[in-house]
Structure formats: C-alpha cells, structure tokens
Design a protein around this ligand. Structure first.
Ligand SMILES: C[S@@+](CC[C@H](N)C(=O)[O-])C[C@H]1O[C@@H](n2cnc3c(N)ncnc32)[C@H](O)[C@@H]1O
Length: 237
C-alpha cells in the first residue's frame, strides 16, 4: 500500500472497524478506545469531532446513528488517511473542515467529541501534541467554544488526565454553564525514562506540576501511573 499505510483493526461498542494509519497520523490507541467506548449518540444527532486525526471517533459516531458529522482537523497530513478510513468503513455523512479547534465552525450540534493534545510541557516543542504548561490549553478553549456551538442539553465529550489540571477543567466547564463529570478513566503506567523519551525533561515537568498541585501522579507497588479521563459536560444555561 502506498504512503507506508498499515491496516489496523479495532472494535468499539461492539462495532468492528478497520483503519489505515501511517507515520503522520495519530494511531487509534487506548485513549481513543476509552473515548470511543464512552460516547453516547442518539439516532439523527448532529455531531462534531474535534481533532479527528484518522477519523476513528467520527466513524464510531456515524455507526452509532449520527445523521451528520463535521470533523475538524488542523493538520493537513491527516486528510488522506481520514478520507480512506471513511471510505473503508462506508461512512459518507461527513464533512472534513480545516480549523483550529471550532474556530471555523458556526453550526449548532447535539454532541461534540474532542480528543485533543494535552501533554503538559514548558515549551512548544511538538505543536500537535503540546497542551501548554499544565496541559489544559486546548481543553479549556474547546469548552469555551463548544458552549456556543451546542444546543441546550447538548453534550461535550472531552479527554483529560490527572496530570492536566483537573480543577481548572471542572471550573471552566462550570464557567460556561456545563454540568460536568468524569465518566471514564484508565490507568497509564510510566517511568522517568519513558516520559523523557517522549520529550526531554518531561518527567521533571510532571514532578513540578505535582508539587504545584495541578497534577496528580499515583504509585502502585513502586510503579508510577496517572489517569486518562473522559469528561462529559452537559450544556445548561
Ligand atoms: C490525540 S489526537 C486524537 C485523534 C483521534 N480523534 C483519536 O481519538 O484517535 C489529537 C488530534 O488533534 C489534532 N489537533 C491538534 N491541535 C489541533 C487544533 N488546534 N485544532 C484542531 N485539531 C488539532 C491533531 O493533529 C491530532 O490529529
């Protein structure tokens, strides 16, 4: 297959899917799985998937009964694999929009799904995974933008983690009139070496955030871990 594509198989909510991925696309991983298994879509819903990447969450939303989906992505390199994945999984009710989060989209949705970059770091080394100092840069902006693009009672499914300032996320949800809770979580084990392989001095940054009180890191028989979260915010107001 051209462009070094690899086919991978995944199953979410009992739906069997196939995806092509290559070096330049975010490969549907265990965080994608937690998001995909947490979302609730009603038949006929108008859905938006922010940071769609390979399109995994868009495809799940379509299979669960969404009528129309707007899929947002900032990175043009994901367009080809996204379109291939929609075709391979016979998903047609989708429009791909290039946008920084929801900036270029003005419609109103029943459901917004957002699995966004949230690595807390002290400098913008890899823009597509950078989440700002405490990891919440994109997450808080997405909550603010989603508040004016959801119908009353509409739902925002958003990723988060115990290392990305949970208090700030909860406060932001409440500031924009969402009733929010964590509806899914999974443990992610890591070591100093693993973290620093991702980004130099990332482990030291995690420790700094923990001492500042914005990150929570846990220990299980000397193994370190954090939690990946899925938040569900219901729009009130
Ligand atoms: C964590 S990946 C999630 C991909 C896919 N939704 C999934 O769950 O497997 C985040 C995606 O958001 C995209 N992204 C990063 N910053 C963005 C922004 N400001 N606006 C829109 N998309 C963005 C990245 O290119 C990447 O594809």
């Amino acid at each position: 297959m051209s462009d070094n594509y690899k086919i991978i198989k995944r199953e979410y909510q009992g739906i069997k899917l196939k995806f092509v991925v290559n070096e330049s696309t975010y490969k549907p991983d265990k965080f994608t799985r937690l998001m995909a298994n947490s979302i609730n879509i009603n038949k006929g819903n108008h859905v938006c998937d922010v940071g769609t990447g390979s399109g995994a969450l868009t495809i799940v939303a379509s299979k669960l009964g969404a009528k129309r989906i707007v899929s947002i992505e900032i990175d043009e390199k994901t367009e080809k694999p996204f379109l291939k994945n929609c075709k391979m999984n016979t998903v047609k009710n989708v429009r791909l929009v290039k946008s920084d989060l929801l900036t270029n989209v003005k419609s109103k949705f029943d459901v917004i799904i957002a699995n966004l970059p949230q690595i807390p770091y002290f400098k913008k080394e890899k823009p597509l995974t950078y989440g700002g100092w405490d990891g919440t840069k994109h997450l808080c902006k997405a909550i603010k933008q989603a508040s004016s693009r959801l119908k009353k009672g509409g739902e925002l499914y958003l990723n988060g983690a115990s290392i990305t300032n949970k208090d700030k996320i909860i406060k932001t949800f409440s500031k924009y009139e969402f009733k929010a809770e964590v509806i899914g979580k999974s443990k992610t084990y890591f070591t100093k070496e693993l973290a620093n392989k991702t980004l130099p001095l990332l482990f030291e940054h995690f420790m700094r955030l923990q001492s500042e009180g914005t990150a929570k890191i846990y220990k299980d028989k000397n193994r370190l871990y954090y939690y990946f979260f899925v938040y569900k915010g219901i729009k009130g107001g």
